[in-house]
Design a protein around this ligand. Structure first.
Ligand code: PMV
Length: 298
């Protein structure tokens, strides 16, 4: 019995969302994680990261053990072999950990006909996310569970259907900083006078971006994304590498280019209004940086 979940990417609003502002996240359907269950004598995992029973798990996989233990204890499920297959890059802002947790819970849900509504599923995924990151906002859990884009804040979770004349080109810089570290880095600005006004400006840009999406105003959306990127630069979340990727995209005619997710590496996204331009930006990312690239219709 198999459960699966897709990836997500943040269009705008990363980091300020941790401080209560809005962010917009979209599903990425080309990237998925699947978990297949087989009842067994003891719990084990089969994956590219590790294969073996739970006593042999590396520390990074302890949250998986805790999630499975907790599910089995709560619902009196027997031990299983968990076969994990995924093409979601890890630690690149695609919500790979939330997708893993969702796939695991959905696999048990399917196998045992477990009635869990989206709220209950969200709680399980957030339980796993808390074990994986400090203080996750919940944006990953929400977006990997649902098939629609979302406007997300601690107070508001509203589906934001998108039918834009626009494409998002996503490129992985292969540079990695754990989100935990970038969130901690942003928190170090907390004492300074410019922090709250900057967060307020970022929050306002995300709200305006949601409005532009509702009006299918792609140039305005691009403008808000570019300004947001400026704010992320003030928070020292860009690196030489991400700056080079952003430059590549803008040189190829992207309307906007920015970091996505935790930053200090990870992925860069470029917004464009035609499939041809998206293809040309993709080509530039591959030729100039040898980057893995995905294109999403918005
Ligand atoms: O790196 P990601 O895609 O998991 O995104 C993190 C987004 C942050 O706003 C930086 C943190 C959070 O929990 O919302």
């Amino acid at each position: 019995m198999t459960g699966s979940a897709h990836a997500k990417i943040i269009l705008i609003g990363e980091h300020s969302v941790v401080y209560g502002h809005k962010a917009i996240a979209i599903p990425v359907f080309d990237l998925t994680t699947r978990c297949t269950l087989k009842e067994d004598q003891e719990n084990s995992v089969k994956s590219t990261l590790h294969t073996g029973n739970f006593t042999t798990l590396p520390e990074t996989m302890n949250p998986l053990e805790k999630l499975v233990d907790s599910l089995q204890e709560t619902y009196a499920f027997p031990p299983h072999t968990h076969t994990i297959e995924s093409n979601i890059p890890i630690g690149a802002g695609f919500g790979s950990s939330a997708a893993l947790a969702t796939a695991v819970v959905r696999a048990y849900q399917a196998k045992y006909d477990l009635k869990l509504d989206d709220g209950a599923l969200f709680k399980w995924v957030q339980y796993f996310e808390r074990l994986t990151h400090d203080n996750p906002s919940g944006i990953d859990a929400l977006t990997v569970i649902h098939d629609t884009p979302f406007v997300f804040s601690k107070e508001e979770k509203t589906a934001l259907p998108m039918h834009l004349d626009a494409y998002l080109v996503i490129a992985d810089t292969m540079e990695r900083t754990p989100t935990k570290e970038s969130v901690a880095h942003v928190a170090t600005f907390g004492g300074e006078g410019f922090f709250t006004p900057l967060l307020n400006r970022l929050g306002a840009l995300s709200e305006k971006a949601a409005l532009s999406i509702r009006k299918n105003d792609v140039p305005k959306l691009a403008d808000h994304m570019n300004r947001f990127m400026e704010g992320l630069r003030h928070l020292e979340l860009s690196t030489e590498t991400t700056d080079r990727y952003i430059e590549t995209a803008l040189e190829r005619g992207a309307l906007a280019a920015k970091l996505t997710g935790g930053g200090m590496g990870g992925c860069v996204i470029a917004l464009t209004d035609t499939p041809d331009k998206a293809k040309s930006i993709e080509k530039a990312f591959v030729n100039t940086h040898n980057a893995p690239v995905w294109i999403s219709r918005l």
